[in-house]
Design a protein around this ligand. Structure first.
Ligand code: MET
Ligand code: ZN
Length: 786
């Protein structure tokens, strides 16, 4: 026999089964992984013990997925485990250890270097962390230069495949794809001027080729490569170019060198609309392509004229019809109809999720305290897997085969639509009556004059709101939640805490004080618990980064405010001091961004309802003697759609909701807002559009970089660029903070400039906080005196 004339492609590999998901939560149903990893960091368990826990968790996940209906063989079960972060996993698989970590890589075990990259150590700053697409998940940013080593390391992926095989499961390894990996990476500090990580695409693709060969040798039938870069207009290269890069990478990966083998490739495009690219993706030499059909749409024309089917000849299309970003039961009939249309066009169709289920909690069944009726409308990860399996059966055997499930979901959806609280006539009438006058305040000059009475000096010093959340605060809250102390005792504790924080700020000499937010477990959940229309979960944890998880609230109904939420605390704080105390609220966009939000009406409508509740809260704060109110919108940038076409509409409603919340305030009331990041180039117009009297932003790490664009934009109201980086326990000296104030003062007039930290202080300890704020006040005084 002669050598094959063409590369060994996986022709003949069994197609992907008709049901799959892109990934599954990996922190464990009771956050087992978090506990094990943190115990390992503290030296309480050994590396081997941690590895055992991780292995058990992975085994339990695979078994659960099969139990829920994914086929055990054929690659339907994804390997989506990560000790910390999937982008960091790719960094290790590529051996792309930044040069500044070379010493760690030489000495430690793989796992030790992994965590050193993630968290840093005495001699290394950790990799930077930033938000993953438009989610609230944060990944570890790869750092590359032309010299960063690259060497395939498939050991972890191969080991997982073998574990699965031992369980009798043929699983599918998952990796962030090469184009997305490089577009999310940043140039290392030691990289040459002008170097961009994507310059190394061909080399990186070669390493992916080696990884695929190793997986094929270990018996993998399928591999999943995630390329969400395909749906984003917010990357360093235009979207059309991303597609061209993907074509270049996968043309190479799809046709390996003569004689080399690879698993079948599932290329995914989660988190957005890939419809414009789908025909070209189908034509690539890969065996399956996933499209997010929740956020995205189908290319209808190409579907109708047969060109989509032609491109997908020999390629399966994984229809992401089950929403991996939200917790609602899928409308199964609509999802089936959508998948059926693809299948009817002659395309081999697989039912899938829109993205990895890592963004939703494990299981509705773990919620014992949730209202049973609300629970019946929900689907967490496990329920979504079942839905995927059900839809696959419907697609294979016809709708009649799943009629009971279709009817059951329909009944739940109908029940939800008509349930009390989902639509509240009073809330709707009020929202319908909103006019543009409700979104505007007097002009800023008039406001400035009216606010002189508050008595704020030039270069006024303040903080962002929260003071350290001490163990005593957490202990008291936990005791209250468990019913061990009563409301009166808990309130008394909080009043003492507020009094202490006010005294402390007076001693330090700050100009505008805060009450410290000790009563808040979380800046969104606190409001969710007090507003109608929200529910909170017991075990609905979702990974935010590394071992950190949050429990987003569920916004299920029309939102209204049964009673004031913050007034008693703010009024009490104000009663203790002559200085102004800022009222402190979380804005509508941030409340939506950090909750699971109803999917039966536009986000814009929901934001209006939240805004109206906040508007009433501001009225009540002002009536209680508060003269400054801060409405935090740290998530304004995060919710910006990845799709450029949708950005203007988003900015319009998000700014509109903030203005609706704040414009009821008389000119004498000073409205502040806070955004905790500095890259707001694309949204600077929107930040201006909020029309807040004062905006505080993060700026210390970038050394006030943001001040110039603000000046260029002609920003004319108050601005507080942070001079104290609260992300580390380090105490910035007065001289250092003074220098930053001077950089800003060179560009921004003193009466516009505020002096404050980058963000809230809740994660800091008291000792460092007091020292840093004392230096901050001293720095401001030095600049004022000059
Ligand atoms: C993530 S922004 C935090 C703002 C809030 N007021 C705080 O100080 O904690
Ligand atoms: Zn912040």
């Amino acid at each position: 026999m002669t050598a094959p004339a063409h590369p060994v492609t996986p022709t003949g590999v069994a197609p992907l089964p008709q049901a799959t998901i892109l990934g599954y939560p990996r922190i464990g149903r009771r956050r087992e992984l978090k506990r094990a990893v943190e115990a390992f960091w503290k030296g309480k368990i050994s590396e081997e013990q941690l590895r055992v826990t991780a292995r058990e968790l992975r085994a339990a996940t695979r078994a659960r997925l099969v139990e829920l209906g994914l086929p055990a063989t054929g690659g339907a079960v994804p390997e989506s485990f990560s000790f910390y972060d999937q982008v960091l996993d790719a960094t290790l698989a590529l051996g792309a250890i930044p040069s500044r970590f070379a010493d760690v890589a030489e000495t430690g075990s793989d796992l030790a270097s992994y965590f050193a990259l993630a968290r840093g150590d005495e001699s290394h700053q950790p990799l930077e962390m930033t938000k993953w697409f438009d989610t609230n998940y944060h990944y570890s940013v790869p750092e590359l230069s032309a010299a960063t080593p690259l060497a395939a390391n498939a050991a972890a992926l191969v080991a997982q495949l073998a574990e699965a095989a031992e369980q009798g499961i043929e699983s599918r390894p998952v990796l962030v794809g090469p184009v997305t990996y490089l577009l999310l990476a940043k140039a290392a500090d030691d990289a040459a001027e002008g170097f961009a990580p994507i310059d190394r695409l061909d080399e990186v693709v070669a390493v992916y080729g080696e990884l695929l060969a190793a997986l094929a040798a270990a018996g993998a039938r399928w591999v999943q490569l995630d390329e969400p870069a395909l749906v984003s207009d917010s990357l360093s290269v235009p979207r059309a170019e991303v597609l061209a890069l993907v074509e270049r990478a996968y043309t190479t990966l799809g046709a390996p060198a003569v004689g080399a083998a690879r698993p079948a490739i599932l290329l995914t495009a989660p988190y957005g609309d890939s419809s414009a690219a789908l025909t070209r993706l189908g034509a690539l030499p890969v065996e399956a392509v996933q499209a997010d059909l929740v956020r995205g749409t189908l290319p209808e024309e190409a579907l109708a004229d047969g060109s989509l089917a032609a491109a997908f000849a020999g390629t399966q299309l994984v229809a992401g019809v089950v929403d991996g970003r939200n917790i609602w039961r899928t409308d199964l009939r609509a999802a089936l109809a959508l998948a059926q249309r693809i299948s009817d066009a002659g395309i081999a169709t697989v039912i899938g999720t829109s993205n990895s289920l890592q963004h939703v909690p494990h299981d509705v069944a773990d919620e014992t305290k949730l209202d049973a009726r609300l629970a019946s409308w929900l689907a967490f990860a496990d329920q979504k897997v079942t839905q995927v399996a059900t839809l696959a059966r419907g697609l294979a055997e016809g709708a009649a085969a799943i009629e009971a499930e279709l009817a059951d979901t329909e009944a739940a959806l109908a029940d939800r639509a008509g349930a009390p609280g989902v639509r509240d006539a009073r809330v709707r009438e009020r929202a319908a009556a909103v006019t543009s006058a409700d979104r505007s305040r007097a002009d800023e000059g008039a406001r400035r004059d009216a606010q002189r009475g508050i008595g704020v000096p030039e270069l006024a010093t303040t903080t962002i709101g929260s003071f350290p959340q001490t163990t005593e605060i957490r202990t008291a809250r936990a005791a209250f939640v468990r019913g061990e102390i009563d409301q009166a005792a808990y309130d008394g504790f909080l009043r003492e805490e507020i009094a202490r924080v006010i005294r402390l700020q007076e001693e330090i000499g700050l100009d505008v004080l805060v009450h410290g937010e000790a009563e808040r477990n979380d800046m969104v959940q606190y409001f969710a618990e007090l507003l109608d229309g929200f529910a909170v979960t017991e075990n609905g944890w979702v990974q935010s980064y590394g071992t950190r998880a949050t429990r987003p609230s569920i916004l299920w109904g029309d939102v209204s405010r049964p009673a004031p939420m913050t007034v008693a605390w703010s009024a009490y704080a104000q009663s203790l001091t002559e200085k102004p105390v800022k009222g402190m609220l979380t804005g509508p966009v941030t409340i939506l961004a950090w909750s699971f939000v109803r999917d039966d009406q536009p986000l814009a409508d929901t934001a209006e309802q939240v805004a109206l509740a906040l508007r009433d809260e501001i009225d009540d704060l002002v009536a209680a003697g508060i003269t400054i109110v801060q409405v935090d919108e740290p998530a304004l940038r995060e919710l910006l759609p990845l799709d450029a076409d949708r950005q203007a509409a988003y900015l319009d409603w998000s700014v509109g909701s903030f203005r609706l919340a704040t414009s009821g305030a008389a000119s004498e009331v000073q409205i502040h807002t806070h955004l905790c990041y500095s890259e707001f180039g694309e949204i600077i117009g929107a930040v201006d559009g909020l029309d807040a009297d004062v905006t505080s932003i993060e700026a210390a790490r970038s050394r006030m970089d943001v001040v110039d664009p603000l000046g260029d934009h002609g920003y004319s109201r108050g601005i507080g660029p942070g001079v104290y980086d609260i992300h580390s326990p380090r105490v910035p000296s007065a001289a250092e903070q003074e220098e930053l104030i001077r950089i800003a003062a060179a560009r921004i007039p003193g009466e516009q400039l505020w002096v404050n930290p980058d963000c809230g202080l809740k994660t800091r300890g008291y000792e460092e906080t007091v020292a840093s704020l004392t230096n901050l006040v001293q720095a401001a005084r030095a600049v004022r005196g000059a």
